[in-house]
Design a protein around this ligand. Structure first.
Ligand SMILES: Cc1ncc(COP(=O)(O)O)c(C=O)c1O
Length: 363
């Protein structure tokens, strides 16, 4: 029986009528930009997180650029960012005028650590982008204790939390989210949000997403045209009440993989200390990751690598070569492999995947 790598459409099937009605309401209202749906979603998304403010933006990449700008990042500054992440985490930095400085990750958690960030700090460091990669939870408290503001890139971690009940995106100064369709909370197109409990940061973010204007007639600074649109907000509002249940299912699927003995065949992703991940991707590691991927795909099991070439090695990043050694990054890049994960997985799917990995006999 084939098992897909992910299947964002499956959990939405029972919501089909509601989703169509929500879109239809927007069409009837004919207000498409920064209207009641976006405002309501912002309030609901902030409340869901126990945060004071959420601001809808066009996507998770611009969310990072705008949040960095709100933190005061600009030309001459440095921003520390992991090299083992989706490219956008780093790509979002140069548009602020600042320089990305790549730091290492722990290849077991795939996350930055306080030590890896510390190694990359210089007197010019203005902020750290702590990526909650794959839904794992980066140690934001420890990084913030280094005395530098932390932007959490929670694009892959909507609904992940700490074991003491705080959600990703609320742990640092400011958090950014992506609603790309395959995320834990996905729109039917692009979308993003910025979450903060700091009034001044929220105010600046609201201005920056609308061309650097508070009143739409005077322009204080060069900003962005970066808004979540009404249709996407309406779609997200239908889904938000189900996010907690979907995250529980992701946690359950992760637990089933462990119970089913997956750890006998591959290295399991390790939740960081104090992390309760709502896995967006379940990423194992193996010395022969490509051979395992090919064997799984041949057996009808979704499996793929994401970041074989880490960000600092990408052509576009050549102006900013690595300044510290990145051995954890090299290891994670070479060995990682995503296997099926999502709210749609049943125990039998997980057993099927584990059996196919055992059958590949690569250990
Ligand atoms: C870690 C990470 N950061 C940032 C982004 C950018 O989000 P978007 O695609 O909404 O621009 C993504 C999206 O895949 C991501 O995975």
């Amino acid at each position: 029986m084939p098992v897909a790598l992910f299947n964002p459409a499956a959990p939405l099937e029972p919501l089909d009528a509601q989703l169509r009605a929500a879109v239809s309401d927007v069409l009837d209202r004919k207000q498409y930009v920064l209207g009641p749906e976006v405002h309501a979603f912002e309030d609901e998304f902030a409340a869901w997180h126990g945060a004071k403010h959420a601001v809808g933006v066009a996507n998770g990449t611009e969310a990072i650029t705008i949040a960095l700008r709100a933190l005061g990042v600009g030309p001459g500054d440095e921003v520390v960012v992991p090299s083992f992440t989706f490219y956008a985490s780093a790509e979002a930095i140069p548009p602020t005028g600042a320089t990305p400085v790549f730091c290492d990750v722990d290849p077991q958690t795939y996350l930055v650590t306080a030590d890896s960030v510390k190694a990359a700090l210089t007197p010019r460091t203005k902020a750290v982008v702590a990526v909650h990669l794959f839904g794992n939870v980066a140690p934001v408290d420890e990084i913030a204790a280094l005395g530098v503001p932390v932007l959490e890139d929670a694009a892959q971690a909507t609904g992940s939390r700490t074991t003491d009940g705080r959600f990703t995106g609320t742990l640092g100064a400011i958090g950014t989210f992506s609603f790309y369709p395959s995320k834990n909370l996905g729109a039917f197109g692009d979308g993003g949000a910025i979450v903060t409990s700091d009034d001044a940061l929220a105010d600046r973010v609201r201005s920056l997403r609308f061309h650097g204007s508070r009143d739409k007639v005077t322009y204080e600074e060069v900003g962005y045209n970066s808004r979540l649109d009404e249709i996407q907000a309406a779609i997200l509002r239908v889904q938000l009440p189900h996010l907690q249940a979907w995250c529980s299912r992701r946690r359950q699927a992760g637990a089933w993989y462990v119970e089913a003995g997956l750890g006998e065949h591959v290295d399991l992703p390790v939740p960081a200390v104090g992390a309760d991940p709502a896995w967006n991707l379940f990423v194992v590691a193996h010395d022969r990751a490509d051979a395992l991927r090919d064997a799984l795909n041949a057996a009808g099991i979704g499996a793929r690598d994401y970041y074989r070439q880490p960000v600092h090695e990408q052509q576009a990043m050549r102006p900013w070569p690595a300044t510290v050694p990145l051995p954890g990054t090299a290891q994670a890049a070479a060995r990682h492999l995503a296997i099926p994960m999502g709210a749609h997985l049943e125990r039998r799917d997980v057993d099927e995947v584990v059996a196919a990995i055992a059958d590949a006999r690569l250990d």
